[in-house]
Write a protein that binds this ligand. Sequence first.
Ligand SMILES: [Zn+2]
Length: 425
Amino acid sequence: MRIENLCVKRLIGEAAGATTHGHKIALKGGYIYQTFQGGYTLSPLGWRVVRNIENIIRQEMDAIDGQEILMPVVSGADIWRESGRYDTVDVLAKFKGRSGTDYVLNPTHEEVVVDFVKSVLETYRQMPFMVYQIQTKFRDELRARAGLIRTREFIMKDAYSFHETYEDLETYYNRCLEAYKTIFARCGMKNVVHVLSSTGDMGGSVAHEFQLINDMGEDTIYLCDCGFNTNKELIDDESETCPKCGAKMHKVRGIEIGNIFQLGTKYSDSMNLTYTAPDGESKHPIMGCYGIGVGRTMAAILEESADEKGPIWNMETAPFAVEVIGLSDKEGKTLPMAEKIYTDLKAAGIEVILDNRDARAGEKFADADLVAAPIRLIVSAKNLANNAIEVKYRVNDKDTTNMPTSFGLETYLADTQNAISELLK
Ligand SMILES: [Zn+2]
């Protein structure tokens, strides 16, 4: 990719309408574009980051035996009436088809997945299993805010597990909880905690939220040194005393990026999903559900780690691994060399972007801060005279002090690949 062809509008100066630091950087870098209040188009940069996050999620869901499926955005109102949520979920967007059919835009997919699993599940021998999807959802929220933090339309990973016993659900729930820790760590987020939370619209018994501790967060959470963490809604506001150890808890703000629920039989019961148990009896499976806001995860990464210049991705989330910057010289040597390096890296399968524009160095560096490739190769007349290219790193979770500041021209390809593998370690 050449930067002049990248379908992205980067802004110089302030981003109008940005309410938080991360939102400002997302707009300045042209990662998102507001199509309607609460609905965003992801530019090629934003979509690359979101796809990278999706791939991390896929790998970790597959690692806990998840099976990916895809359910429709729209469903008939009948299954929502069946579960009893058609009139109780306030964010449910409803519309009528031309033939008079009632439809909904699914804000979550318990009803749809239970309806699907009815067509599959026959006996206890098939359980446990988990299905998940990465899919667009719509919630008719009264207010949208802070870019991708609270939107009306959003991409979510939602997973649903089915079990014979509560013990089995609990075992799987804990596996999923561990997988979530891995996902957010791989995304480069540092201050993520899981807190006990209310089950809200979902129903069920036990639930946890994954919260990124951040002043921009909408949620108030309480953390205790003993390891007990909880959402404000679950405790007596007056006391702030840990129900587990009695100590005073710390009050912080959090951005909710994921949640997990032990649903029990709420949906299998109301929608009459059954299987044949070992004793021949017909029973309702016990369910868990597990969500991650994918776009919101990108927004949360920006809130946590972006600096004044731009985002700081890690090697797993960055839209490009390498940016090659050619700084033009009088002899006309640098730009062809930058072009050659770009072509070689691309041929080696490295995700690379080239900036060979006729522009000032300062402008190129400012744009590079917004594209935020973890590795930058700078081709200048001064370095070429020494048969070298300069390398600069921009990563949020690696110590690059011992990494090389320049590569020899003959070995840059191998050196870049080594630097990439170093950054991925
Ligand atoms: Zn405590």
